[in-house]
Design a binder for this molecule. Structure first.
Ligand SMILES: [Fe+2]
Length: 383
């Protein structure tokens, strides 16, 4: 067994830990750029609490609050210009995965005065972006500890993957997740599940990333239904925040896979939330990957307490467990139900099949025909 792994970033996890920003304020410089969305951190009071802490320690700030779900490159460039115009020295991202991803992109722009060549893979990062503190208010993205940012450019979701954009500090305060709506709990929670599962099945997985993956699955299976059902179940919200963190640490090493690749066009074209798109596709992708990953699928079935002792049967059972889990969350069964147009599937398959990074870590060789086959199965609900 050979593997190389690299764990980085400081992590603070705990109730009321938003206040940890005070402890690390010396890393912020004289003025910091706060990157957040338009509404939720204002309505929940998270943003004003953060600002109060910054005032206490005498750190000046500029608020850039224009981030929308699936951040577009224009917004990232705009945020980067605000950073430069105000001579900011650090970035604090507070919000969902989109705010954290946008902040990473803003950090790239602040360092290079451009970002598009990095998204297109024409240039590679060679220096660390300004100090970045990530404070997630949803539980799923894991972006607070990952080396990835996903930015939309010309209706395509493009990634930058580099340890140079991993946040220096992640502050995970479960109190900040209590205001999540039921749909956000479900969609972000299923995103975390997709990270844990895809991370396990990826050819980039290693024994350390697997540890985080199996643990994340156990926690999500137990606590996502509770977090979904009740807003004030602190233990469930706290546990889901932990699972999201674990899966984030995991995918920073293992990468994700075809589920993410196939989910992106659905999000861009139809506006489905990221985790929701992944969730609909997962059973169909995993059914396709089953012959290559039946041992790990069988382990999951056993970890969740449904093992029969037969390896292949247990692997098949894993798909059933996933579908049963979806029933609790009220998840749709297929793309047709979601009014996706069948003729779009060929265009999506064409786009996904060009993604060499995904193909490299996919457990089965995945051609254009394979991807179209999976999309069609997901469309008609064929397993
Ligand atoms: Fe994701």
């Amino acid at each position: 067994m050979n593997f190389t792994t690299f764990l980085q970033g400081n992590i603070f996890f705990g109730k009321g830990y938003l206040s940890k920003i005070i402890e690390i304020s010396k890393h912020l410089g004289k003025i910091t750029l706060i990157v957040t969305g338009k509404k939720s951190t204002k309505e929940s009071g998270a943003l004003s609490n953060l600002i109060d802490y910054l005032k206490d320690v005498g750190v000046n700030f500029v608020v850039f609050d224009k981030v929308e779900p699936n951040p577009d490159v224009n917004i990232v460039e705009e945020g980067g210009k605000v950073f430069l115009e105000n001579s900011c020295e650090s970035i604090i991202a507070i919000g969902g995965g989109s705010s954290i991803d946008a902040a990473k992109g803003i950090g790239v722009y602040a360092s290079y005065k451009e970002i598009i060549p990095f998204l297109l893979g024409e240039k590679a990062l060679d220096k660390k972006i300004p100090p970045l503190i990530a404070i997630p208010t949803t539980s799923g993205t894991g972006s607070e500890v990952t080396k990835y940012t996903i930015i939309t450019y010309k209706e395509r979701k493009l990634a930058i993957a580099s340890p140079l954009i991993t946040p220096n500090f992640a502050i995970l305060d479960p109190d900040l997740t209590l205001s999540m709506t039921q749909n956000i709990v479900r969609d972000t929670g299923v995103d975390a599940l997709s990270h844990a599962l895809e991370g396990l099945f990826s050819l980039g997985a290693n024994p350390i990333s697997d540890l985080f993956g199996y643990e994340a699955i156990k926690i999500i299976y137990k606590y996502l239904p509770r977090s979904f059902a009740k807003k004030d179940d602190y233990e469930a919200r706290e546990s889901m925040h932990l699972a999201s963190l674990f899966a984030g640490i995991q995918i920073s090493q293992s990468g994700t896979g075809i589920v993410h690749g196939m989910g992106y066009p659905l999000t861009v074209k139809y506006g489905f939330p990221h985790g929701f798109s992944n969730g609909v596709l997962m059973p169909y992708v995993f059914k396709f990957e089953l012959p290559a990953q039946y041992e790990k699928m069988s382990i999951i079935t056993n970890i969740l307490g449904f093992g029969t002792g037969n390896l292949y049967e247990d692997a098949e059972k894993f798909i059933e467990i996933l579908l049963d889990f979806y029933k609790i969350l009220g998840f749709p069964k297929n793309l047709k139900e979601l009014k996706v147009k069948e003729e779009d599937l060929e265009i999506f398959a064409e786009e996904v099949s060009k993604n060499e990074r995904l193909k490299r870590i996919s457990p089965r060789i995945t051609t254009y025909e394979d991807i179209l086959f999976i999309y069609k199965n997901a469309y008609f609900g064929v397993l």
